[in-house]
Design a protein around this ligand. Structure first.
Ligand code: EPU
Length: 415
């Protein structure tokens, strides 16, 4: 496992180019399995989760040609169903999307034991419920789903919001016979991006981005050209890096419309946020603690919860950070404690008392966004810090060393 070495305490200044969205990319790449012919996807983030998705597509027989680090051409003409590639699927959460894709394409799939970050229990009961609503049956003591005569459209009502469940339901329903209605659908930007992609392939999906999605099933989808939307979580991460170093950062191509609840919270902390053309500028002076509660989109994103904690840790006064999406997403705070974070955990709320700054330390990333938060603390701390397990961070942040160095950080990667 590699590590980042950071000599912190330097103010970050300048412009950073925001990558394509990780969560759009992984959903869209797996969704190519229900299309025929050639698809070209551009603005792909250059991250290991994308590499692993592409390996999964190759395993199923897709011809995958990287035109560049951010553009790939995929041909699905020779795909075939195979046993799951266990080593690959354990690396990414998005391997769950194979359920919808393989059921739609082949009428059968094994249930993957997908990977991704460990935030306590991450069941797939709602994904399976959506598939059974579309006519699939659970077989082999819960190991397989089958629908040999093809999926049939139906109403799918999620009891609560699930991003992955909504993605899977869309992928399965685009070629199901008839009209599917998904109620209480997740509204995250990547649901919209996935639907845009599938519609460009000939699907008919209406209402993506709202609570109710209507899908008219089609017999066949062709390949298409699609440009991935920009990544609001990466943009939010760099905005926090600017604030914790008392710098001034422009995030070029940040998806501003999608980030309003995050902007409001940052403003409550005292950040000055200005939208200028295609960039958002973030500056902070005197940051003061306040409360944040995560929620499904358009609420405050759970993926930025660890990042806002880093800011809370050096803001004057107290902040309550409440996590409403995952049962255990505070694993990273034990590592931040090494850098001086003062906190206690009360149920789903992290109570943070601000200190004047972090201390250099050796911290171990235990998940993707938690790892990005540790980088924030190291950028603030005056002196040499090490962030171990860099591989977690490489799952979702492209070229983080080059981007941070471009903003004036002293950072290197050691394999
Ligand atoms: N849940 C169930 N049953 C299910 C599905 C979900 O109980 O069948 C629960 C989960 O345990 C969780 C809640 O529902 O408590 C919401 O989970 P959701 O399904 O919305 O999350 P996900 O699809 O597993 C995606 C992102 C995550 C992001 C969450 C929430 C991808 C590949 N992953 O996960 O992204 O945190 O939505 O926005 O899109 C990240 O990028 O770092 C990341 C973890």
């Amino acid at each position: 496992m590699g590590k980042y070495i950071i000599n912190g305490g330097k103010k970050l200044y300048g412009t950073v180019d925001i990558q394509g969205s990780k969560n759009s990319a992984v959903a869209i790449l797996i969704a190519t399995l229900v299309t025929d012919g050639d698809t070209v996807i551009s603005n792909l983030p250059d991250i290991t989760d994308v590499d692993n998705c592409l390996k999964i597509l190759s395993y199923y027989g897709c011809a995958v040609k990287r035109e560049s680090r951010v553009c790939v051409k995929i041909n699905t003409d020779n795909i075939r169903n195979r046993t799951l590639p266990c080593n690959l699927i354990k690396k990414i959460r998005a391997s769950n999307y194979l359920i919808g894709a393989l059921l739609s394409r082949f009428g059968a799939c094994e249930l993957p034991e997908s990977g991704g970050c460990n935030f306590g229990s991450r069941p797939v009961d709602l994904h399976i419920g959506a598939m059974t609503a579309l006519g699939a049956s659970v077989k082999g003591g819960g190991k397989f789903l089958e629908c040999r005569s093809g999926l049939i459209a139906n109403n799918i009502v999620f009891p609560f919001k699930t991003v992955g469940g909504t993605v899977n339901a869309i992928i399965a329903a685009v070629k199901a016979r008839g009209t599917t209605v998904i109620e209480n659908a997740a509204r995250e930007p990547h649901i919209k991006d996935l639907s845009l992609f599938l519609n460009s392939c000939g699907a008919e999906i209406y209402g993506a981005g709202s609570d109710r999605i209507v899908i008219y099933g089609k017999n066949k989808l062709t390949g298409s050209l699609h440009t991935i939307d920009y990544d609001m979580i990466e943009a939010g991460t760099y905005m926090i890096y600017g604030l914790v170093t008392d710098g001034k950062i422009y995030c070029r191509n940040a998806p501003i419309g999608e980030m309003q609840s995050f902007f409001s919270s940052l403003k409550n902390y005292g950040a000055n946020i200005t939208v200028c053309n295609d960039s958002v500028k973030t500056e902070g002076r005197h940051m003061r603690g306040c409360d944040v509660k995560t929620a499904a989109f358009p609420g405050f994103p759970t993926d930025l919860q660890p990042l806002i904690t880093v800011l809370a840790g050096i803001s004057e006064g107290h902040s309550n950070i409440t996590e409403k999406i995952f049962s255990n997403r505070f694993g990273y705070v034990r590592e931040l404690e090494k850098a001086g974070l003062r906190y206690n955990i009360d149920g789903d709320t992290l109570k943070v008392s601000g200190v004047t700054g972090y201390s250099p330390s050796i911290m171990e990333a235990t998940d993707l966004r938690g790892g990005a938060a540790l980088i924030g603390a190291a950028l603030n701390a005056r002196g040499r810090s090490e962030i171990l397990n860099a591989e977690y961070i490489q799952r979702g942040y492209s070229e983080i060393v080059r981007k941070l160095a471009g903003l004036g950080a002293d950072i290197e990667f050691q394999p």
